[in-house]
Design a protein around this ligand. Structure first.
Ligand code: NAP
Length: 279
């Protein structure tokens, strides 16, 4: 990577207005984010396991076949945006060629978008050079919910290790500019809440899908909501759902609570009203 004064922790005044963002893992979710980044005038380059060069060139994103190429052939990269599946993150991050990323005082900001937060935080702190800044984020929306824009949608983030405030602030501004609700939260708090909300939502959606529920000529509004939930959750990959469970230490307990709750509800169905026996 060519060196960049904007990446130096002491040079905020010489930083460009627009960021150069290098994406690693160019799946559907980050393609959706990249469209807004490009619209705002940021420069986006990308690399991924699969070849996304056709789509990338249509979007205006320069695509590289390897992380090494992305760094040696790009002018400068201010932000490395990690957006691979939760399950593949460890292998991808451990194989990054850090020697190609720039001098130690001139490393880019590393940002992740994973739907779990303690796991990437710990991994990045363990694997990245100590001089690299780390911002952990989770946009609580996707291509469906953000179809009409991001206004009012939530970005959860933790400034895990930030020395270059300027680059970090410029990255967060991408979401502020779109009127996102900015929620600064510890990764642990995120994971506790996400296990109780997002993981349960996905689990119910997956259960309804296993049951193969189908629309009927007499659907109630409530049932249509369930069909919608099933459709929304099964649009995401099973890898994403597995990641929500395997890499959020709070998810196991919530799944157990759900199983217990189903048993409790079933038992209540058999309760005898007013102490009278069923015939
Ligand atoms: P995903 O299934 O979670 O991830 C797909 C991406 O992971 C693709 O870029 C894929 O690369 C890469 N990948 C998968 N297995 C890999 C492997 N073994 N080695 C290297 N790369 C691998 O789908 P997603 O919905 O696009 O999500 C991407 C990330 O965004 C996830 O971490 C997810 O938690 C987060 N996120 C998603 C949403 C959403 O609404 N979907 C919202 C917030 C955050 P190739 O395309 O090159 O095969």
């Amino acid at each position: 990577m060519a060196s960049s004064s904007s990446s130096s922790s002491s040079s905020s005044s010489s930083s460009p207005t627009c960021l150069r963002i290098g994406i690693i893992g160019f799946g559907t979710f980050v393609q959706f984010l990249a469209r807004t980044m490009l619209k705002q005038g940021h420069v986006v380059v990308a690399t991924s396991r699969s070849d996304h060069s056709d789509l990338s060139s249509r979007m205006g994103v320069k695509f590289y076949r390897s992380v090494g190429d992305m760094f040696s052939e790009s002018d400068r990269i201010d932000v490395v945006l990690l957006s691979m599946s939760i399950l593949s993150m460890a292998d991808v991050v451990r194989s990054l060629p850090f020697d190609r990323f720039g001098r130690s005082g001139d490393l880019p900001l590393f940002v992740d978008v994973l739907s779990v937060k303690e796991y990437p935080r710990d991994l990045l702190l363990q694997v990245l050079p100590e001089e690299a800044d780390v911002l952990c984020t989770h946009p609580m929306f996707g291509p469906e919910s953000g179809r009409e824009g991001w206004k009012g949608l939530t970005l959860v983030y933790e400034r895990v290790r930030i020395r270059n405030q300027d680059i970090c602030q410029k990255y967060l501004q991408i979401f502020e500019t779109e009127d996102c609700r900015m929620v600064e939260l510890l990764c642990e708090e995120h994971d506790k809440m996400a296990a109780k909300s997002q993981f349960i939502t996905h689990t119910i959606g997956r259960v309804l899908s296993e049951m193969d529920i189908k629309s009927t000529p007499m659907d109630t509004k409530g049932f249509q909501t369930l069909l919608q939930l099933r459709d929304n959750t099964t649009k995401d990959s099973y890898d994403l759902y597995r990641g929500l469970y395997q890499h959020n230490r709070f998810a196991k307990e919530e799944l157990e609570k759900l199983e217990l709750a189903i048993r409790a509800v079933r038992e209540k169905l058999l309760d005898v009203p007013n102490g009278k026996e069923h015939s």
